[in-house]
Design a protein around this ligand. Structure first.
Ligand code: ATP
Ligand code: MG
Length: 782
């Protein structure tokens, strides 16, 4: 294509970034200042103006969605350029057929060849080429059709090694924390041998041993975990000069978005790709290559995955002085925000100013003042959801350009989507859950509803089959097949076979015990249908079936998330009972089916977006609702004792606020149902940090005064907490009173689990209920 890229509408700093051709460049700037836009334009500029072959470009984005969007944008840019040069008109002015033809031309000739994706996706691609040339320090090998084990596969593998192969006590060697230690080692590029060398104590050596056996098992399965996906190419590039030379030559231009969330191993990868070992200080080496990174330390929100924003700050030391001494040549700062109204920006700036660990930077508004930020104090989570959906209805009625796709609802934890989804369904507003499943599509919700449906209607064979062996009761597929076959051949419902002891004993063989146990649970609660409320049945069946106990035993992050969702479903049952004259199980199931009805009204981009704050990074929406600003929820209770973690929560809040272009609504509830009971909630300390003069509210009292508990006190608590005796896990009972260092006095209202593995639900006045692991938390009896 023989046209140049029009960049006249970019500001001069952006133009400098876009036109940068060779050598290193760091672009740092606050949210919404056009970093991603500059990166995208730069790729286009490299191809169009510098005639760089698209296959020499590697661009790393944070999510697959971001990668897709970037490719789209680039494709559109190219197609538009070509439209202007071939037809003298912009792309939009061409007929749809011409537009498609141009886009497919651009795809075939340019975007197909560009490598744009997440670290994980790009590394997996590199490994599909070259993994057979790799062997690790102990001679383990993989082939190119390797599988990728996700986090829950990885944790199960560790558990199996700890409990079965090494016969260790999984209370001392909790699989989750062992897996975390292994992951941490991998993120620091340490092999099992490296890790072992560092260990002076027994525990450390055991973990190194588990790590080694874990790698053996992965290799025996021809599998890699998520950390290996990055670590393996790093080691391969270090170990094999030929391979390194190939990829080094291939990717002459490396670009990274969201560089503040890079971890050490990812950094090593970039570094190996761009510097090719030692001889990179010469001009020739840099002449046709570049490393271009963009980021914002204030948006670093992945430290739990070992992301380290000091890597961003060290960019110039790492790459900058290879050619020049002059730092300004290797850095561009963008200072104008193009995304948000002045009010939104001011609120974001003032909030983040409360962080101590940051570099001050300028972020000037380019847009008008806009509307004030609206702070809504809701009575509870239902009224919060109603507020949001009513606002959506009102705004779209008033502003025709605001269709559903222009709204986003952001929250801290996945389970919060439930109340919101129920309300959206009620008003028939189409929505999608970005980066996750809709509440009623989640596996655990379908499982629990499967039990409830089977109880309400045991002729619902689909539900019976869904849960007959969930959690595992030793019922194999062959047994299930023979039961189903019998029911089909005899033309009698499956349930009649399951509930008949003689039939089960003859058909199910060794699995008979499990089948009978299952049938008994269903039978028992069927008999209670008239006598018990929906919530009593739900609670009973969750206990009897072992479903909750099984999730708790798994102990993985995924299982914890599922457990929260199951709790939230239970909340939905309670809420249903409160609001309906007929609080029966059947009534609840009918309402849940309506809620889960896959309406799929409208196009994907015409739906309200629901997502966690973490998934919202890099995105923007005209109208944003930030919900659940309550102490313990956001900031999350785990961060309240740790100043560094609290600062990360604040950055997350900054990310949330800066997604908004035109309107921002923030809400919190005075009461929230957590773990089954209604509890008073108190407003988030972040609310007290927002400028009062820019907030409107439904009640004046909604805007809290400066938070009374200064961070220094929380900090002090943290150091004191080391001296606190941790209680023994198993000597608690309901009604016990205790003192928690961050939350104050509380009362144990429920105990989950048994033996050493218990959690306490503790009620703290003013804070609601918290679930606490007495082994991990600094508490003492009152
Ligand atoms: P984040 O930190 O949230 O990732 P960012 O710095 O990557 O933000 P972009 O998403 O690139 O910012 O840009 C924010 C918005 O501003 C986008 O809608 C973009 O199209 C617009 N924008 C960027 N630069 C300009 C400009 N020079 N003129 C007008 N609009 C711009
Ligand atoms: Mg961006």
């Amino acid at each position: 294509m023989s046209q140049t890229l029009d960049i006249s509408h970019l500001n001069s700093s952006q133009r400098r970034a876009v036109e940068h051709y060779c050598g290193p460049l760091l672009v740092v700037a606050g949210a919404g200042s056009g970093k991603t836009r500059a990166l995208t334009y730069r790729i286009a500029n490299l191809v169009l103006n510098h005639r760089v072959d698209p296959e020499n470009i590697l661009a790393v984005t944070f999510t697959n969605k971001a990668a897709r969007e970037m490719k789209e944008r680039i494709e559109k840019l190219f197609a538009d350029q070509k439209a202007r040069s071939d037809f003298g008109k912009p792309l939009d002015a061409l007929s749809p057929i011409e537009q498609t033809r141009l886009r497919s031309y651009v795809y075939k000739n340019i975007t197909k060849e560009l490598w744009i994706g997440t670290f994980h996706a790009l590394c997996a691609r590199i490994l599909r080429f070259d993994i057979e040339k790799y062997q690790d320090g102990s001679g383990r090998k993989w082939t190119r059709n390797f599988s990728i084990f996700d986090e829950s596969d990885a944790q199960s593998l560790v558990k199996e090694i700890v409990t079965q192969k090494l016969n260790l006590d999984d209370k001392k060697f909790d699989p989750k924390s062992v897996r975390y230690a292994i992951s941490n080692a991998k993120n620091k590029s340490l092999s099992p041998q490296d890790l072992e060398k560092d260990q002076s104590n027994f525990r450390g050596r055991v973990i190194a041993n588990v790590y080694s056996m874990y790698q053996d098992t992965l290799s025996a399965n021809n599998a890699l975990d998520f950390d290996d996906l990055i670590l393996t190419p790093v080691q391969l590039l270090k170990q094999n000069e030929q391979v390194r030379a190939y990829w080094h030559k291939r990717f002459r231009h490396v670009l990274v978005d969201e560089y503040q969330d890079t971890n050490r191993t990812q950094y090593d990868l970039i570094s190996l790709l761009v510097t090719n070992g030692e001889n990179s200080n010469t001009f020739n080496e840099w002449e046709y290559r570049s490393v271009f990174v963009v980021g914002d330390a204030d948006q670093s929100i992945y430290s739990f995955r070992a992301a380290d924003f000091t890597i961003l700050m060290g960019f110039q030391d790492d790459f900058g002085d290879r050619l020049h001494d002059d730092d300004t040549r290797t850095m561009v700062k963008l200072e104008e925000n193009y995304r948000s109204t002045r009010n939104i920006l001011e609120v974001a700036n003032q909030l983040i100013d409360n962080n101590t660990e940051r570099i001050d930077k300028v972020l000037k508004p380019t847009r008008g003042e806009g509307e004030p930020i609206f702070l809504y104090r809701a009575d509870d989570e239902t009224s919060e959801a109603e507020f949001v959906t009513n606002q959506i209805r009102q705004l779209e009625a008033k502003h025709p350009e605001l269709h559903h796709g222009k709204f986003a609802i952001l929250y801290r934890t996945n389970a919060q989507s439930r109340a919101m989804e129920d309300s959206l369904v009620k008003l028939q507003i189409p929505y999608k859950v970005v980066g996750g499943l809709r509440f009623y599509d989640r596996k655990e919700i379908k499982d629990v509803l499967g039990y409830l449906r089977a109880i309400a209607n045991p002729f619902d064979t689909i539900s019976l089959l869904r849960v007959i062996n969930t959690p595992r009761r030793g019922i194999g597929k062959t047994t299930i097949d023979s039961l189903v076959k019998a029911s089909q051949e005899l033309s009698i419902p499956l349930w009649e076979i399951l509930s008949d002891e003689t039939s089960v004993k003859s058909l199910a063989g060794r699995s008979a015990k499990g089948v009978l146990q299952f049938a008994q649970i269903i039978q028992k609660w069927r008999q209670e249908l008239d006598a018990c409320s929906a919530s009593e049945i739900a609670q009973g069946v969750l206990e009897d079936s072992g479903y909750v106990a099984d999730l708790r035993n798994q102990g993985t992050d995924e299982a914890t998330d599922r457990l929260e969702n199951v709790q939230e479903l239970y909340n939905a049952v309670l809420q249903f009972e409160e609001n309906n004259d007929d609080p029966s199980l059947l009534g609840f199931l009918a309402s849940a089916s309506l809620a889960s009805d896959l309406d799929n009204l409208g196009e994907e981009d015409q739906k309200v977006s629901l997502m966690t704050l973490h998934s919202s990074k890099g995105l923007e929406f005209p109208v944003v609702f930030l919900i659940g600003l309550e102490q313990g929820l956001f900031p999350n209770y785990r961060s309240m004792e740790d100043p560094a973690a609290l600062e990360e929560e604040r950055r997350l809040c900054y990310v949330g606020i800066t997604r908004a272009q035109e309107r921002l609504f923030i809400s919190y509830a005075r009461e929230r149902r957590l773990y089954g009971t209604r509890e008073p909630a108190s407003p988030s300390l972040f609310l007290a940090e927002l400028p009062r003069e820019l907030l409107n509210s439904n009640v004046a009292a909604a805007i809290p005064n400066k938070w009374t508990k200064p961070i220094s006190e929380i900090r002090r608590n943290k150091s004191e907490s080391r001296n606190m005796p941790n209680s023994h896990a198993n000597d608690w009972s309901v009604g016990d009173r205790l003192i928690h260092k961050a939350y104050g006095e509380g009362e144990v209202v429920r105990i989950f689990g048994a033996g050493n593995k218990i959690c306490l639900a503790v009620k703290f006045p003013g804070l609601g209920q918290k679930i606490i692991d007495p082994k991990m938390t600094p508490i003492r009896r009152e």
